[in-house]
Design a protein around this ligand. Structure first.
Ligand SMILES: [Zn+2]
Length: 164
């Protein structure tokens, strides 16, 4: 299964900023500018995706975030668990969503893909590793608890686990 590859290894938090490489999940050919994503409306211009508006007749192509959503292939996973989490689930998930809203407003490719309950907690999946890291750091900043990261450099996938 595509989402369950091996190759994950633990990563110290201070290593993260150096290690997270630019997301390679994009088309192999160069995009013409401007390109507009027909799904979400993000516009590729000056080498990056923004929420700017595109002129009529702009080239159309799905952005990397919509591509991942379509393929159901997240780049980031944040697992939330523990007694504190169970007792404050709604409040914690609200913080997660606020964080996404803040990041997404500036970076169209940073989005939550899904929030799924598992046997021992909840997993939030994201379209990009940076958002997974930002969510995990925001949780740790707000509530303390334990935080650890596993990173698969080959495929640029990040798994963050927060528990309290
Ligand atoms: Zn899009």
């Amino acid at each position: 299964m595509k989402g369950e590859r091996g190759g994950f290894r633990p990563l110290r938090r201070e290593q993260l900023f150096q290690e997270l490489v630019h997301d390679s999940y994009k088309s192999s050919r160069k995009l013409s500018e401007p390109t507009r994503c027909p799904v979400c409306g993000a516009v590729f211009r000056k080498g990056r995706w923004t929420w700017a508006s595109a002129p009529a007749g702009a080239h159309e192509e799905r952005c990397p975030a919509c591509h991942r959503i379509h393929d159901k292939f997240p780049a980031g996973y944040v697992t939330l668990k523990g007694e504190f989490f169970r007792a404050h689930r709604e409040q914690v998930l609200q913080l997660v969503k606020n964080r996404e809203a803040k990041e997404k407003a500036e970076h169209p490719l940073e989005r939550i893909m899904g929030v799924e309950d598992t046997a021992d907690g909840t997993t939030v999946t994201t379209t990009n590793t940076h958002l997974a890291r930002d969510i995990a750091e925001a949780l740790h900043h707000a509530y303390k608890g334990d935080l650890d990261y596993h990173y698969n450099k080959e495929d640029n996938l990040l798994r963050a686990s927060w528990s309290r």
